[in-house]
Design a protein around this ligand. Structure first.
Ligand code: DQA
Length: 145
């Protein structure tokens, strides 16, 4: 089973960007942390600050992966283009947020992608990526039965 983890804009700054909210680990360290939880699931990682690059990756993913965990960063709150790309892809997609988006500024409570995702994990720090991969793996196995 192959799962792709996509991180959107500014998540390349993990470790230095608001560590009180997003933690002290760099993106590479976060990816290592996630990999440590999985032996049988093959994980690949992609980060971009560009909406079009994220959309291209989502479109290509259906051929290469069984599922996607995506933290679209601020695009979560307004990118109908990323939403449409997720809706068009035939594999399950999980939405992840490191912070609890419902406990912050009002604009972060709106997600334009939640209803086209299988589910959302928010507020559990970087462990949310682990939860998302576990949930996707369960869903993919169940759908394959
Ligand atoms: C985030 C929350 C977003 O509101 C923010 O723009 C991010 C990160 C999170 O992981 O908590 O860049 O998606």
């Amino acid at each position: 089973m192959k799962i792709l983890i996509i991180n959107g804009p500014n998540l390349n700054l993990l470790g230095s960007r608001k560590p009180d909210v997003y933690g002290h680990k760099s993106l590479d360290e976060v990816n290592e942390f996630i990999e440590g939880y999985f032996k049988r699931v093959k994980l690949e990682f992609f980060q971009s600050n560009h909406e079009g690059a994220i959309i291209d990756k989502i479109q290509q993913s259906a051929r290469e992966y069984d599922g996607i965990a995506i933290n679209p960063g601020a695009y979560t709150h307004y990118s109908y283009a990323i939403r449409d790309a997720i809706e068009a892809v035939a594999i399950p997609v999980a939405e992840v947020h490191i912070s609890n988006v419902h406990g912050r500024e009002d604009f972060r409570s709106t997600s334009v992608i939640s209803d086209v995702c299988s589910g959302t994990i928010s507020g559990f720090g970087i462990y949310g990526y682990v939860l998302a991969v576990q949930a996707l793996a369960h869903q993919i196995k169940r759908n394959g039965q």
